[in-house]
Design a protein around this ligand. Structure first.
Ligand code: NAD
Length: 305
């Protein structure tokens, strides 16, 4: 099977590598040609444009930053026109149903090109490990056809067909919104608790043993608490993009979303403070500032042998 892959960033780079190592015939493209060096070393073919990347492939995968760029690459970049009838476009970017629908209505539907939206979760380390969670929207038969490809990129137990075209994007945006809410809510709780004098480790273990426990408090926040790592493999500019798209969805659906809007503003404040490329956990830093100290657990001492 021939696969075209566009977007070799923090996520796309390891994803494309897995597909090459799995034996697929992969052609790659990115605006940064140096992003493809390791893929060329593994036998992939480099092309200079989205249109050439789409020519003659069975499957075109896009892993791009924003809905606007997805649309640019497919429409103005010519990838949609270059796909053969019967080919399958899989957009794994965190994007919107509206952007993909415009691509379908303007080009794909008339040409008989199939499409799935299949955004992912699991961070850059999940992409590296090939254990991503994948939420696919589109026709069931297209999902079945794409399953062998998804199984190279993701954990088979976490690959899910979530409904019609666009539903993958929606599920992914809801997941990110809830996770960003956890980041902010947890940071606020930790800041208040430690400012009031409670030991950080004691506060965390008490919360973990309570009904207020969360996966975020148990696992994800440890990158900050143990290593002081705010996860710059997912940039604040992308986190703010996702929150903006979630707020747009709230507007489109008519659902009041006060919390989403507030969390978006806190994320934008952190982006303004620490920069577009700062890590997705940067809001924790705001609360550390307000608490007057970093949130760090003591490094466990290794017993002498
Ligand atoms: P990234 O910014 O690291 O990579 C994006 C890549 O797209 C870059 O290599 C860039 O050069 C390329 N690109 C930009 N414009 C282009 C164009 N016009 N033509 C061709 N290539 C172009 O982003 P990422 O972290 O890899 O994220 C990609 C997508 O996956 C985003 O939608 C993001 O929201 C989503 N996502 C990211 C993570 C994460 O942890 N990083 C997790 C889940 C989902």
């Amino acid at each position: 099977m021939k696969i075209g892959f566009i977007g070799l960033g923090n996520m796309g780079r390891p994803m494309a590598r897995h597909l090459i190592l799995a034996g697929y015939d992969v052609t790659v493209h990115d605006v940064r040609s140096d992003a493809a060096l390791e893929h060329l070393g593994l036998g992939a073919r480099w092309v200079d444009s989205p249109a050439t990347c789409a020519e003659g492939v069975d499957v075109l995968i896009t892993m791009l930053p924003t809905p606007r760029i997805v649309e640019d690459v497919l429409l103005r970049g010519g990838a949609a026109e270059a796909l053969a009838p019967g080919a399958l476009w899989i957009d794994m970017s965190t994007s919107t149903p509206a952007a993909a629908r415009r691509v379908a209505e303007e080009v794909l539907d008339a040409r008989g090109v199939r499409r799935l939206d299949a955004p992912v979760s699991g961070m850059a380390r999940g992409a590296e490990a090939g254990t991503l969670q994948i939420f696919a929207g589109g026709a069931v038969e297209d999902f079945r056809a794409a399953l062998p490809v998804f199984e190279v990129l993701g954990d088979p137990a976490k690959i899910q067909h979530v409904g019609a075209a666009g539903h993958g994007y929606t599920v992914k945006l809801m997941l990110n919104l809830l996770w960003f809410c956890h980041v902010v809510a947890t940071s606020e709780v930790l800041a208040m608790g430690v400012k009031a004098g409670v030991d950080l480790g004691v506060l965390r273990s008490a919360l973990l043993a309570s009904p207020a426990a969360s996966h975020f408090l148990e696992h994800d926040v440890l990158s900050v608490l143990v290593d002081g790592d705010y996860d710059d493999s997912f940039a604040m500019v992308l986190a703010c993009k996702d929150l903006g798209l979630a707020v747009d969805l709230a507007r489109d659906t008519g659902v009041p979303a006060e919390l989403a809007a507030l969390v978006e503003q806190i994320y934008r404040r952190a982006k303004a403070s620490y920069g577009d490329l700062a890590g997705e956990m940067s809001p924790v830093r705001l609360y550390e500032t307000w608490a007057g100290r970093d949130f760090r657990l003591p490094v466990p001492t290794v017993p002498a042998v």
